[in-house]
Design a protein around this ligand. Sequence first.
Ligand code: GYE
Length: 311
Amino acid sequence: VGFSQVGAESDWRTANTESMKSTFSEENGYELIFDDAQQKQENQLTAIRNFIQQEVDYIVLAPVTETGWDTVLQEAKDAGIPVIIVDRMVDVSDDSLYTTWIGTDALCEGRKAAEWLNGFAEAKGIAASDIHIADIQGTIGSTAQIGRTKGLEEGVDKYGWDLVAQQTGEFTQAKGQEVMESMLKQYDNINVVYCENDNEAFGAIDAIKAAGYEVGGEEGQILVMSFDTTNAGLTQTLSGEITCDTECNPLHGPRVEEIIQKLEAGEDVDKQAFVDEVAFASDDTVTKVTIDGTDYDITPITQEIIDGRAY
Ligand code: GYE
């Protein structure tokens, strides 16, 4: 199995890589060729071509952005190697270029977060026009960014919040901090920071504190929202520094193994499958959101919950 990983830029990615490596171990009878692309698509293209040359049985691709995959996936198809896409999606003209996709519903995540914000504001009696949001986006063009940004923008349209600034933090802590610093210099009214992953939130929180503001959901504080629910992210949620953290589950190793076992047995696999995901908040102000008629729980975080989680 050849696995092309986007990069090790976030805690989420570390958990994702660990899950793949522990599943596709020698003890389990696999040979895993792992490549870390350091967030560069050209490195992923090279890795896939190497996997083809090494005649792997399966290629697993966690694509950095959605576009630009047609040629290399055609090469894999011509070589007769099934490609399993994980986590983020690819946007290709012909979906026979990959075998199956399993990953996260980033738009649903974004919508949950936006509905939580609306519920929170209503419960606290904050007018929509008093909500001034900075959106620290993920890697532009990645499924996770596209869905999470869209979920927020829908909320902005629907509820009339003020979207003050929007800029990518590349899903990293360092960039999240840098972007937050410059936004706080430019605008003095930001009171909600919508970070598109936990590592950006860690950086943003540092920048907010360094600028002399307080982080949290109380009046006069800057409220930080995030995605991923990594162990460190939920720990910051428990401490109240992140007010709402929406899950993006990274444990794809066993799911990919199940797909490979089915393919080996000649069984059909679904073309696309979303992973079930939950959401947590630092308190119980909002414990449920509804999207398109479906209810989703927002669970107040506890240490017991954090201790019981696998990542
Ligand atoms: O949220 C982030 C990572 O693609 C869903 O990528 C993933 C995202 C995840 O670097 O932390």
